[in-house]
Design a protein around this ligand. Structure first.
Ligand SMILES: [Fe+2]
Length: 246
């Protein structure tokens, strides 16, 4: 899966993205990184690639990853402190990646504060097996609450690959789309890559994220950042990532 592209660049530069708003870098909270040492190493690597801010988004998925602000925010502080001690010039923030399920619907109804980033942005995802039955209502409710929902990696929802109109329907409800960098690397397979390219070609992508979980992701991200293909495909895409810089 690596080495798909001709690598001409010797100095990868992702500063045109600047802000990563989807990652699992906070240690020990989900299926992402496990130790603070790994977190610091990954932060350093991403900084070297040109990122100025990393917004970490641990999964919140009821029984599997039952995170809350109480589990996430102390980890954020721990990482911020370590990054400062290592003198890495990068901002670290945290929000979450909310699975759109019954528990999330209840959480919205509860009126409890949700983990957002920027002025009012919230990252949501669906299962890879089946669409969330109430996605439309959830998007409506979030927007009613003054939040801007962003659907993580739409290209990875295989059940829509032959129903492209479903993507259009979701976009028309006012949801933003975030494509995964590694989808463009072909990391998740050729159909996902093709769908990512189509979403880009149709002007439906607002943001790009690493969705970084582990070493293989970092390696593949660095490989992609060396390919001319990556810069070429995003050349005319008005990515909004840098709007999250202070
Ligand atoms: Fe994710």
């Amino acid at each position: 899966m690596f080495g798909l592209f001709k690598k001409n660049k010797t100095h990868p530069d992702l500063s045109f993205i600047g802000v990563d708003m989807h990652s699992h870098l906070l240690p020990g909270l989900d299926d992402g990184l496990k130790t603070i040492e790994d977190t610091i190493a990954f932060v350093q690597e991403l900084n070297t690639l040109g990122y100025e801010k990393l917004i970490c988004t641990p999964h919140i998925l009821s029984a599997v990853h039952p995170n809350t602000p109480q589990t996430i925010l102390p980890k954020l502080e721990e990482v911020q402190k370590a990054v400062k001690e290592k003198n890495i010039k990068i901002q670290i923030e945290a929000a979450a990646e909310y699975m759109v399920d019954h528990e999330f619907e209840q959480l919205i109804k509860s009126g409890n504060k949700l983990l957002t980033f920027g002025t009012n942005f919230i990252l949501i995802e669906m299962s890879y097996l089946a669409p969330s039955p109430n996605l439309g209502q959830v998007i409506f409710d979030l927007r009613l609450a003054g939040l801007q929902p962003i659907l993580a990696h739409p290209e990875r929802y295989n059940y829509y690959h032959h129903q492209f109109h479903e993507f259009k329907k979701i976009k028309d409800t006012g949801c933003w789309f975030q494509v995964n960098m590694l989808s463009l690397a072909g990391y998740y397979g050729k159909h996902i890559k093709k769908t990512a390219e189509k979403l880009i070609a149709e002007g439906m992508i607002d943001l790009i994220g690493t969705d970084m979980h582990h070493q293989n992701h970092l390696h593949a991200t660095k490989q992609l950042a060396l390919s001319n293909y990556f810069y070429k495909i995003l050349k005319d895409v008005p990515l909004k990532n840098r709007m999250f810089l202070d």
